[in-house]
Design a protein around this ligand. Structure first.
Ligand SMILES: Nc1ncnc2c1ncn2[C@@H]1O[C@H](COP(=O)(O)OP(=O)(O)OP(=O)(O)O)[C@@H](O)[C@H]1O
Ligand SMILES: [Mg+2]
Length: 275
């Protein structure tokens, strides 16, 4: 079953979509079948991977969510082998309102996602900049959440608010939800405040802070205007290399734990110890 990871931060413009696109692309390059779900009415992940609103109209996550088509029917193949996309457009903003009166409204995404989960190693959900009904649906459908974060003064307050929301959802709707990690984005190593904020996050979250930081890099901001992940735009760029490194961390964190070995007894010496 694919691991579902929400890319979330209620603050706008912190690098959620850039991280979602480039982590998903890097996972595909690492031969993990990956599905990126655009779950933001802004549709930035959709356009950033080269899909125009006209092309996707009528077959987006919105139609799947409200039962007008199956989720499988909305899956598009991207230019990169192994990377698939479910697009979004502005209709998705209607779902925030329409879902309010629906039965089991928080579970809508989870329910339809279960129908395609088996086809992928990873499913990444690019969330909108709010903690509304769409984000609650994403967190209810996810195994974990990954928080891209810019090292600014107010970032820490936002982070604790976000973690409390996730904890509420874990308690009420999704006991298995865990924090995948916090990824520092647009990092400027010459900025003292950035280092202070990074130190604070490390103090509170320890190993949950990714060792890799994503630097501010112009190639990362140019790539979506060409409809490509940065790996297909400039693989040598610092931006591309940093997302490949962060992806390695995700893969390592999710390697299956070594199967428990039976205890070694005197009657049955461990292989290799026999004379
Ligand atoms: N590491 C980076 N270096 C340079 N520019 C970046 C970097 N990461 C993101 N950007 C740029 O910053 C802007 C915001 O990034 P992005 O759209 O990924 O944020 P977001 O959190 O998804 O925004 P929103 O909350 O609106 O969905 C974009 O113009 C993007 O190209
Ligand atoms: Mg975004």
């Amino acid at each position: 079953m694919g691991k579902v990871i929400s890319i979330i931060n209620q603050k706008g413009g912190v690098g959620k979509t850039t991280s979602a696109i480039n982590l998903a692309a890097s996972l595909a390059v690492a031969e993990r079948q990956t599905l990126l779900i655009d779950f933001d009415p802004q549709g930035n992940a959709t356009s950033g991977l080269g899909f125009s609103p006209e092309k996707v109209a009528g077959k987006t996550i919105y139609e799947a969510l409200v039962g007008q088509c199956s989720l499988a029917d909305t899956i598009l193949e991207s230019e990169l082998p192994g990377l698939f996309v479910i697009p979004a457009d502005q209709n998705l903003s209607g779902a925030e309102v329409e879902l309010v009166g629906a039965i089991a409204r928080e579970q809508k995404l989870k329910k339809i996602l279960d129908t395609v989960r088996g086809r992928f190693h990873y499913i990444l959900i690019d969330c909108p900049p709010s903690l509304g009904m769409l984000t609650i649906n994403a967190l209810t459908a996810s195994d974990s959440y990954l928080v891209p974060m810019q090292c600014e003064y107010f970032s820490l307050e936002g982070l604790s608010q976000l973690v409390s929301t996730a904890t509420l959802i874990q308690g009420a709707l999704n006991p298995n939800l865990s924090l995948e990690g916090i990824l520092l984005t647009m990092f400027d190593s010459r900025n003292n405040l950035a280092h202070q904020v990074a130190d604070e996050v490390k103090k509170h979250f320890g190993e949950k802070l990714f060792a890799t930081v994503i630097p501010r890099n112009i190639k990362l901001s140019e790539a979506p205007s060409h409809g490509k992940p940065v790996l297909l735009y400039d693989i040598e760029s610092k931006g591309a290399r940093s997302y490949l490194e962060a992806t390695k961390e995700i893969i390592e964190r999710n390697l299956p734990k070594a199967a428990a070995r039976p205890p070694v007894t005197s009657e049955a010496p461990a292989p290799g110890l026999q004379q």
